[in-house]
Design a protein around this ligand. Structure first.
Ligand code: SF4
Ligand code: SF4
Length: 168
């Protein structure tokens, strides 16, 4: 059996929903060859993510951020000959990353916009003006107050603040 860099991290992943299937991977590479993201960038390879998770390579997975590139298409999971729940494992890894405050800067920015404006992409006078000639109605108010409450009781805001601290 492969030596684990961080056995606690391995236990943490295998105890999550879908994580228990991690141990079945025999590194055939079917997931990587089915993955649309891996076709576009060498930064992401689901086979390598699984390999690093089995090896307990926590920093490599959580801090470098490849897990956030998965688009949850499930191609890999449907084709894996071993029944490894790869897409669920990506969710599990993201949950662990978030708990520890690791979130890519682009996502921190989107989450911050959501907390302030109620939209992940901020609006501008320019985009507002462009709507009319395209036959689109004016944008509605986002109702930031109820949204803020939801973001607060679900700990979304706290999680984003922690990620901001870690990213400094
Ligand atoms: S397809 Fe399944 S068994 Fe093959 S490398 Fe990917 S996770 Fe492992
Ligand atoms: S679910 Fe994620 S890892 Fe699997 S094929 Fe789709 S993008 Fe790739």
């Amino acid at each position: 059996m492969m030596k684990k860099q961080n056995p606690q991290f391995y236990e943490q992943v295998t105890s999550k929903l879908g994580g228990e299937t991690l141990t079945k991977c025999f590194q055939c590479g079917t997931c990587a060859s089915s993955c649309p993201v891996a076709k576009l960038t060498t930064r992401f390879n689901p086979r390598l993510v699984i390999k690093n998770a089995v090896a307990g390579e926590k920093e490599r997975i959580l801090v470098d951020g490849p897990i956030w590139l998965c688009c949850s298409c499930y191609n890999c999971q449907e084709r894996c000959p071993q029944g490894v729940e790869i897409a669920e494992i990506m969710y599990a890894l993201r949950n662990i990353a978030l708990k520890e405050g690791h979130l890519p800067k682009a996502f921190i920015e989107m989450a911050s916009n959501l907390m302030v404006e109620g939209r992940v992409v901020p609006t501008s006078a320019f985009t507002a003006k462009r709507r009319e000639p395209l036959g689109l109605p004016p944008l509605k108010e986002t109702g930031i107050e109820p949204l803020s409450k939801i973001l607060s009781v679900t700990s979304f805001s706290k999680t984003v603040e922690k990620a901001k601290e870690v990213a400094k």
